[in-house]
Design a protein around this ligand. Sequence first.
Ligand code: GLY
Length: 385
Amino acid sequence: MIRICVSLYIAAFLLQNCSVNNSRNGLSINNPDKIFEFSADQYKKLMNELPEDRFPRSYEDDSLITSNSSWWCSGFYPGTLLHLYEETGDEELLMEVKRKFEYLEKEQYNTDTHDLGFMMFDSFGHAHRINPNPEYEEILINSAKSLASRYSPEVKSIRSWNSDPGDFLVIIDNMMNLDLLFWAAETTGDSSYYNIAVTHANTTLQNHFREDNSSWHVLNYDPETGEIQNKRTEQGLNDESAWARGQAWGLYGFTETYGNTGDQRYLDQAVSIAEFLINQPNLPEDKIPLWDFDAETDALRDASAAAIMASALLELDSYVSHSDYYDTALIILENLTKNYIAIAKPGENGNFILKHGVGHLPANSEVDVPLTYADYYFIEALRRL
Ligand code: GLY
């Protein structure tokens, strides 16, 4: 009975909210092609503002903020362009991807970061899936080698951030980089990539989660013994809080790792994280999370956490059909479309797609701004839908 009532509520919510006329900007997930067209137009305008060797990062105080290729987000811009190219067939988007690849490809040798999955697999990996190409394959294998070089057999994890020699820092976000290793194992036949990925996932499964299935952000291990030295946050409200994007990374990472291995333990963890998120008393009715689940209820929302969560829930729904996962993703996407896309004035929001992302609030960096990864996972989720 409760289930029927919830479904009726969701149906009523969607009927009320999905109508094009009710949408503030005329866009609706009922017509995703219009959103893809709008987004492609935005990104073509963004392209014209961008110096050739730079990658978009955000838009603050009426200025476009850019990065070089070594910033962890450099793969999202070409990745979003590729999603939009697949949807619209617009060759201009593909030409821009190729221009950016000339600057991005050197990161295949970057052994100073764990973010190579984000940087290289969401860009070159995506391009290689669309159009298999030996040059891209080599770039991706080298990227996997660079990522694997950060693995420690003592800690049984891949090092996330570089640190003092007595520390070995692993963040929950690192689950997102394993897909590149699974791909490399399958492509090269070298099982060491697979073993590193599952060992990292197992260590994360064992140590990163609290009883309620929320996760700590940062674990600091002893590099010699693998003992945990402390558990803390960097980007969340406090060490014991549930930083929203971290929870979304965990959900996405374990869902994807189940997809790559078929290991039931990873699926169970993904389901537990989803249950934690969906049943959060602090999750607003529109399902766009606060930047941290333990923040005050009037705190800023984070569009990036919402988009990642929606995309992950849609993938999880393909493994465990559960109407709550699909329905929650749908509500998130509808509300992002309705209230977080900026088309009121041309150029508003720096020609990004979504507004209101929160990058690193405790450092007062990228707070309530557009973010390339919010755009990337929003478009990916719409395509999954
Ligand atoms: N991986 C960094 C972030 O989510 O902000």
